[in-house]
Design a protein. Structure first.
Length: 354
């Protein structure tokens, strides 16, 4: 892979819609600034989204409401519904159904988190105990089912069969991605292509759907809808790659989870795949044993290998290329502040720290 990091600078080519200029994205640029600016544009929309979520999470069963509220208010960035609302703004439409659809997207994501944490036996997310750790596995799975089914009830309220079909297909692809990941657990021979197939199903698919749904609501042309979907898929792919990088390069306090959790769970992610291509046979054997046997006794040494071998830089370069692909898709968008914010979100991934 090409190197994107040299002398402490991340060289992200920032292309303007109307010119070929670019500037390097340095470490002094912060993902927080880009995200805050983007969310500032849709502050009223996000407030409306919160109202829909609060209304639709209600249940006559106290435990359902308790767990649903616990996970939905756990400090997540709500990037997927924010993406739908930002793309809606970029396309210049104000369909009132956008808030309902944004809530549907967030509910689908929330349900996957509840199920993921049970499958992964996770104990911490976003700096606090997971729902399964606090309420038990059975309750988490069942409430995840409730949140899924509530999302489908809300889809019906939108009253658009094509939108319903897209969301149904999306949840099916996400489920397939979850199963693929389960099948790949403790497999040290996983290829980069196999890894990308998993994250494009498990993570990027919902990003892609969020952007596409905004175009559908706007009744955009097929070409513009495709550009929206491409932006969402590329953004989601870059997001997950950086998430996997941070599992070895981040700060546990900032991340709100334990470093090296992926290795503990037997997940072979891109930083490790890249590292295995760089280290000597003895080091590769040590990493392979940890993945296949779940042996984390050498975790500090393995993390050091990943950090020092160049594997993290290779993974960041892959994210860099996805960010550029997202930015290129914005060429089809109208020129406005919302489109600029979408561009900034793609840039921000390469300086993301949590």
């Amino acid at each position: 892979m090409l190197r994107a990091i040299a002398s402490g600078v991340l060289h992200l080519c920032f292309y303007n819609q109307r010119s070929a200029f670019y500037r390097p994205l340095t470490l002094s640029d912060t993902s927080t600034d880009h995200t805050a600016a983007a969310l500032g544009l849709i502050a009223q929309d996000m407030a409306a989204l919160d109202r829909v979520i609060a209304e639709r999470l209600s249940s006559d069963v106290p435990l359902v409401s308790q767990i649903a509220q616990y996970i939905i208010t756990s400090g997540g960035k709500r990037l997927r519904p924010a993406l739908l609302l930002l793309v809606s703004g970029a396309l210049g439409h104000q369909d009132p159904r956008r808030h309902l659809l944004a809530a549907v997207v967030e509910f689908i994501h929330t349900a996957t988190l509840l199920h993921d944490d049970v499958v992964d036996e996770s104990t911490m997310r976003r700096g606090r105990a997971t729902a399964n750790e606090s309420f038990g596995n059975a309750a988490s799975v069942l409430v995840g089912d409730f949140v899924y089914s509530r999302a489908f009830q809300m889809m019906v309220d939108v009253g658009d069969m094509r939108i319903m079909s897209t969301l149904a297909d999306t949840t099916n692809v996400i489920a397939e991605g979850e199963v693929l990941q389960l099948m790949n657990m403790h497999d040290a021979s996983l290829s980069e292509a196999d890894y990308l197939r998993v994250i494009r199903s498990k993570t990027a698919q919902l990003f892609e759907a969020s952007a596409r749904l905004a175009a559908m609501l706007n009744r955009s042309s097929a070409a513009l809808e495709t550009a929206c979907a491409t932006y969402g898929q590329a953004l989601g792919t870059a997001f997950q790659i950086i998430d996997d990088v941070l599992d070895y390069a981040g700060n546990a306090k900032d991340l709100g989870k334990n470093l090296g959790d992926d290795l503990r769970e037997g997940k072979l992610t891109l930083p490790v795949i890249c590292t295995l291509q760089r280290v000597n046979p003895d080091e590769a054997a040590l990493i392979t044993k940890a993945i296949e046997d779940g042996d984390v006794s050498e975790l500090p040494r393995i993390v050091a290998m990943i950090q020092n071998s160049g594997g993290l830089q290779d993974a960041r370069e892959a994210a860099h290329q996805e960010a550029l692909r997202a930015i290129a898709a914005l060429e089809a968008f109208p020129a406005n502040a919302h489109t600029d914010a979408l561009r900034g979100l793609a840039q921000s991934l390469l300086t993301r720290r949590n």
